[in-house]
Design a protein around this ligand. Structure first.
Ligand code: DGJ
Length: 730
């Protein structure tokens, strides 16, 4: 395993655990893609590149060969303008206004470990021996521009991490019009395209469609990764499913506007492109300056989507998330948002916390409404000082009351926003994103602060740090509740206005870096109206995310199932809330709400003081049960067994890494008359081991559970049912 360079053939063979990725310096220095798939012992060009004279696919000048065209060459980082007519990975505008750039191989370097990406989130190694990196420098002779491509292969994973850095090595200023992070040219189109799409309250629904000629793309133009499309796509071989078949995953470690697309060309090749959305983007590079593209994480699985997900989970849980909570079990929280909304008093908060303490809850989170004059969502964002009318004892007074009950205290903030009705906005009306001579569009009555500006970032960092230092705060929920509009900055010159959105992300990342390092004992959870920014970029700073504002147990099956495609279960915040559910008005049992929420990072979000004695008993049992399975759920391997996107039933399970214990959940949405007898086949257990099902006391072989499966009791009736099985090695 590692990276092997064949001097004679000029090929690079990146070998991971079960995957190989091969590229070559071809002809006059073009960087060609040869192979990505199952691990090969050696690459000897069995599937050799072939060239014929293709009509309307021109020939680059230096080739002097009518059969050679960039239009037919599978490439690693293609450009536009010199015979490749497919979507380019980059586009640069030179001083004379033209946009043709001809990148050729200049040099390369192979080294152990993985470099950090300046100012950007990225996966990392803890030891240089975990991975090897190939750094290839490409150069355009005419302009002096260089592009450095980074490829990291992890020895024990099926992961290739890619990024690109554009360096203006010439003397004139250039404009970067397009700067994608990864490009992969597959030599066929026999794939399905999988994406995670949705909206507020129904984030990350799985969509799978056959590829067709032309471009199939997903993107965000909202300035955040978005509820609507997640920065992830996969290509699945026809017939690939949950546990079998070949899958190629592409996940983008970025939280702003992105583009992910697959283009099927005239010869039925497929080009995948992934990066910052070129729409409304450009970046001026002075001589000597460079532009770092964010990282793309590419996963190969020959064990279907399940294999792909487990690779992402393990990598993102242990080599993307950071900080002291990375490897710790996460506290079970109660959040007051759906319990009180803005209408709370210290007494009410204390009552909820007390009820929580009696049930075994470990952390109380004070949500929106504690600052400025914030009694509804129209005011005070930006005024990060406590509302003394509402909380006369201050944040510290309240936190101490909660701490005295034995619970940790957590706080909600929304640092990136400002209300028009706020002291901050009255003082600094130019601190929000806006463009001259145009009205400022609001959303939820708020404006977006201009985090592309250092002064704004500094002021907000100080204000938030002040609030966090003012009380014993052990958890922060970092919210962000609107998409960007009028994306412009008062601090940037005209030619740099289209840099605003990416500069915003860099500013945001630096604020998050500062605050999370200044407060290492605080557990940070990100949120954006639920799951509007559930992406790997934010996970680098905050190891868990509020998955969706939709807390309905039935809706959550699809939301959590889709989210689990890429994101580790420990990151997936999941709360039991009141019924009728506040988002969809559905009534589900406490058992089913608990089972759905226990399938993630468990919390409660309802007025616990209003529970009946019977409900309290049930919640107490749930919490005790979750504490018993928490390590398996949060750190075990996740197997999806039945998809809510394919029918009325959902099932999934969590398996301890040594396969000695597991817990499985089953959900049936609607009861059906005369229904067939159901069963669930378990995955991930050791087929040679024998296990006992705690609920029934029955003992089965791992092989029997995998192939014959467990019966769903015929007595299970009624809508919105759930079952849980605790499985232990005998
Ligand atoms: C949106 C979040 O997703 C909710 O959980 C809650 O924190 C509200 N914002 C508060 O305004």
């Amino acid at each position: 395993m590692g990276i092997f360079f064949n001097e004679e053939q000029k090929t690079f063979h990146l070998q991971g655990k079960d995957t190989s990725y091969v590229l070559q310096v071809y002809g006059d220095g073009y960087l060609a893609h040869l192979y990505w798939g199952k691990r090969l012992r050696q690459y000897r060009h069995s599937n050799t590149l072939q060239f014929v004279d293709r009509a309307f696919s021109g020939n680059p000048f230096s080739a002097k060969d009518r059969t050679f065209s960039l239009d037919t060459l599978p490439q690693e980082y293609p450009g536009y303008g010199n015979t490749d007519f497919r979507a380019p990975a980059y586009e640069l505008q030179h001083k004379n206004g033209t946009t043709v750039t001809d990148l050729r191989y200049e040099k390369h370097e192979i080294f152990d470990g993985k470099p950090r990406l300046e100012g950007l989130p990225a996966v990392y190694t803890e030891d240089n021996q975990e991975a090897a990196t190939l750094e290839i420098t490409l150069k355009d002779q005419a302009s002096g521009v260089k592009v450095i491509l980074l490829y990291t292969v992890f020895h024990d994973r099926n992961v290739i991490a890619r990024s690109a850095r554009i360096i203006n090595g010439g003397i004139d200023q250039i404009s970067v019009l397009r700067a994608l992070s990864a490009n992969v040219d597959f030599r066929d189109d026999e794939f399905d395209f999988l994406q995670l799409s949705g909206a507020w309250g129904r984030e990350r629904y799985m969509e799978r469609n056959s590829l067709r000629p032309g471009i199939q793309s997903i993107e965000s133009r909202r300035g955040a990764s978005s509820h609507q499309q997640n920065p992830f796509m996969a290509l699945l071989r026809k017939g690939a499913g949950e546990e079998s078949g070949e899958v190629f995953g592409f996940s983008f470690v970025y939280s702003g506007s992105f583009l992910a697309q697959a283009e099927v060309d005239q010869f039925h090749n497929t080009r995948v492109s992934l990066g910052i959305n070129p729409f409304d983007f450009s970046w001026v590079l002075e001589s000597g300056e460079s532009f770092q593209c964010p990282e793309a994480i590419m996963v190969h699985s020959h064990e279907g989507l399940g294999g792909m997900s487990r690779t992402y989970h393990d990598l993102y849980r242990s080599r993307l998330a950071r900080g002291q909570y990375r490897d710790k079990e996460r506290p079970i929280l109660v959040n007051n948002w759906e319990a009180t909304y803005f209408d709370f008093t210290p007494e009410k908060i204390e009552e909820i916390a007390k009820a929580g303490q009696e049930l075994g809850i470990e952390l109380f989170v004070l949500d929106d409404g504690w600052f400025g004059k914030r009694n509804d969502d129209k005011t005070s964002l930006g005024d990060w000082f406590v509302n003394k009318e509402k909380l006369p004892g201050g944040l510290d007074g309240l936190a101490e009351r909660v701490n005295r009950l034995g619970l940790q205290f957590g706080l909600w903030v929304e640092p990136e926003m400002v209300s028009e009705d706020s002291e901050l906005y009255r003082k600094h009306p130019d601190w929000c994103l806006h463009v001259p001579n145009h009205d400022r569009s609001t959303s939820r009555d708020q404006l977006v602060l201009d985090f592309s500006r250092e002064d704004v970032c500094k002021a907000i960092t100080e204000a938030i740090a002040g609030a966090l230092a003012s009380a014993p705060i052990q958890y922060v929920k970092w919210d962000m509740n609107r998409s960007m509009t009028e994306i412009g900055s008062a601090a940037l010159p005209p030619e740099r206005q289209r840099e605003t959105a990416h500069r915003y992300m860099l500013g945001l990342y630096s604020v998050m870096e500062t605050l999370t390092s200044e407060f290492p004992d605080i557990l940070f959870e990100s949120c954006s109206g639920g799951g509007g920014r559930f992406d790997p970029g934010i996970l680098y700073y905050m190891p868990q995310t509020w998955t969706s504002d939709n807390t309905d147990a039935v809706s959550r099956l699809k939301i959590q199932y889709g989210t689990s495609l890429v994101y580790p279960v420990i990151a997936i915040g999941a709360h039991v809330s009141a019924v009728p559910n506040h988002q969809v008005d559905r009534i589900t049992s406490m058992g089913t709400r608990g089972a759905a929420a226990m399938s993630g990072n468990l919390g409660y979000e309802l007025d616990l003081t209003e529970l009946t004695e019977q409900e309290k008993e049930k919640v107490k049992e749930q919490i005790a049960f979750y504490k018993g399975i928490r390590t398996i759920v949060q750190f075990g391997d996740f197997y999806r067994l039945k998809s809510p996107f394919e029918g009325n039933e959902t099932a999934w399970m969590f398996v301890k890494q040594d396969k000695s214990e597991a817990v499985a959940f089953f959900f049936r949405v609607l009861a059906e008359p005369n229904a067939p007898f159901g069963r669930v086949k378990l995955h991930g257990l050791d087929e040679d081991k024998t296990y006992q099902i705690a609920e029934t006391g029955q003992v089965y072989g791992g092989d029997e559970l995998a192939h014959s499966g467990l019966s769903i009791p015929a007595s299970l009736n009624g809508d919105f049912q759930s079952l849980v099985w605790r499985i232990k090695e005998q």
